[in-house]
Write a protein that binds this ligand. Structure first.
Ligand SMILES: Nc1ncnc2c1ncn2[C@@H]1O[C@H](COP(=O)(O)OP(=O)(O)OP(=O)(O)O)[C@@H](O)[C@H]1O
Ligand SMILES: [Mg+2]
Length: 166
C-alpha cells in the first residue's frame, strides 16, 4: 500500500486516471473512507480514463450506475459504480449484485463497502480516502492505493506526493 496526497479535486482525478491504467477486468475496488473523502471524485477519474459516457453522477440515490463502455479497454467493457451508503445488507442482493460481480469484463467501484461487507469478494482491493481535520487543509486528501502502479505511474505520482508532503 502506498499513500498519496492530493490538494484538489483535479489532482485526485489525475491520480485516479493513472491508477486506472493498471486495472483489468473482473476487478472489484472498494473505495473506503468518510463523507467527502473523495471516493466519488476518484471514481470519476477512473470513468474518464475508460471513456465512459458522461455524466458521471454519484449513485447516491440510484445506488448502482452501469456504464457500458463505447470500446473495451484493458479487457473492461462495463463499469459499475455502486454507492452502498443507503443500502443495508442483504438488500444489495435484490439489486442484481450477484450478476454484476460474476460478469466477465466488468470493473466494480463500490463506495461504503462496510455496509455490505459480507457480500464483497475476497479478491477485492481496498483503497482508502481520508482528510485531515485541520481547517487549513480543507482540500487535502490522503489516498492509499494498492502497490501495483506501473513504474512510470509511480514516478509521476511520487513526484506529485513528494511535492506535497512536508
Ligand atoms: N483533494 C481533493 N480530492 C477530492 N475532493 C476534494 C479535494 N479537495 C476538496 N475536495 C472536495 O471534497 C468533496 C469530495 O466529494 P466526493 O463526493 O468525491 O466524496 P465522497 O467520498 O464520495 O463522499 P460521500 O461519502 O458523501 O459519497 C468535493 O466537494 C470536492 O470538491
Ligand atoms: Mg460518494
Amino acid at each position: 500500500m502506498k499513500n498519496f496526497t492530493t490538494l484538489s479535486r483535479k489532482e485526485t482525478q489525475e491520480l485516479a486516471m493513472l491508477f486506472a491504467e493498471t486495472l483489468h477486468s473482473k476487478t472489484f475496488l472498494c473505495l473506503d473512507g468518510n463523507l467527502g473523502g473523495g471516493k466519488t471524485t476518484f471514481a470519476q477519474g477512473i470513468l474518464t480514463f475508460f471513456e465512459a459516457e458522461p455524466p458521471y453522477t454519484s449513485p447516491t440515490f440510484s445506488l448502482i450506475k452501469e456504464y457500458p463502455l463505447p470500446r473495451e479497454k484493458n479487457g473492461i467493457s462495463y463499469i459499475y459504480h455502486i454507492d452502498a451508503y443507503r443500502i443495508a445488507s442483504p438488500d444489495i442482493l435484490s439489486l442484481g449484485w450477484e450478476e454484476i460481480i460474476e460478469k466477465p469484463q466488468s470493473l466494480i467501484l463500490l463506495e461504503w463497502p462496510e455496509n455490505v461487507s459480507e457480500y464483497i469478494p475476497k479478491t477485492a482491493l481496498f483503497l482508502t480516502f481520508s482528510h485531515p481535520q485541520n481547517p487549513h487543509d480543507k482540500d487535502t486528501r490522503i489516498i492509499t492505493l494498492p502497490n501495483n502502479l506501473p513504474p512510470d505511474t509511480v514516478s509521476t505520482t511520487n513526484a506529485l506526493s513528494q511535492h506535497h508532503l512536508e
